[in-house]
Write a protein that binds this ligand. Structure first.
Ligand code: DC
Length: 227
């Protein structure tokens, strides 16, 4: 099996990294890996089983769960123990608990194992909080995408409106600030820019402009690597 190409994209919530990663994967013909969806699925199951506060039970559940991601027509379909949970993992309840669940080291270890395996099997555009630093430190190209907190809160608000979730701008912003704090402050795999990641502040950019920038950079870096 030939060595696979991995593009890793990191950044805070609402930075538009998911849209950018999906668009880039489509343009390159690579598989899109949404690592956040995996932490969301574990969180959803923990809520469903009433064990969010019981770390030992969450770890035990994570070790025994079968998680499958299928990327189809622009949507990552998520299956946990063969039940589809694609919509449930985007609920406000999951949003408010996922940062806590994803601080559990054993949960991260299990997720990283699955993600690394995928990187050996397919060309990937992988997206998530630690993909440039922990999961794929040797990725062929790394990006850190960011935007101002206000811009990010506006984008998240539109996401919620699109799925008919009734929430105010102030609540979205407060939730984002809380998640930024937990994601950056945690001991294991905190959100931080990897030194060799290419930074993109897309506050004033459209998704098309993001894609144009990322695609150009990927081509440049891969061409340099080939020489
Ligand atoms: O990208 P997202 O909003 O779907 O991610 C959901 C949460 O999962 C986010 O608060 C941080 C966590 N996460 C993580 O800890 N590590 C990843 N690789 C991806 C997501």
């Amino acid at each position: 099996m030939s060595k696979k190409i991995v593009i890793a994209i990191d950044g805070p919530a609402g930075s538009g990294k998911s849209t950018a990663a999906k668009n880039l994967a489509r343009k390159l013909g690579f598989t899109y890996l949404d690592t956040g969806a995996m932490y969301r699925a574990i969180t959803f199951l923990a809520i469903q089983n009433g064990i969010v506060e019981n770390v030992e039970a969450v770890i035990e559940m994570t070790k025994n769960v079968s998680l499958k991601l299928k990327y189809e027509n622009g949507v990552t379909r998520v299956f946990a123990n063969d039940h589809e949970v694609t919509e449930q993992i985007r609920s406000t309840e999951v949003n408010s608990k996922v940062s806590e669940i994803s601080t559990i080291p054993e949960v991260r270890k299990e997720m990283v194992k699955i993600q690394k395996r995928m990187g050996q099997e397919e060309n990937l555009v992988a997206e998530g909080r630690d993909v440039t630093t922990v999961v794929f430190p040797d990725a062929d190209v790394k990006f850190f995408i960011t935007a101002t907190i206000d811009k990010r809160a506006h984008r998240r608000l539109v996401d919620f409106q699109n799925i008919n979730v009734d929430i105010s701008y102030d609540d979205v912003k407060a939730n984002l600030e809380k998640r930024d704090k937990i994601d950056s402050g945690r001991e294991m795999s905190p959100l931080r820019k990897s030194e060799d990641a290419i930074e993109l502040d897309n506050t004033g950019l459209t998704p098309e402009q993001d894609l144009e920038y990322l695609y150009k950079k990927v081509k440049e870096v891969l061409a340099i690597k080939k020489q």
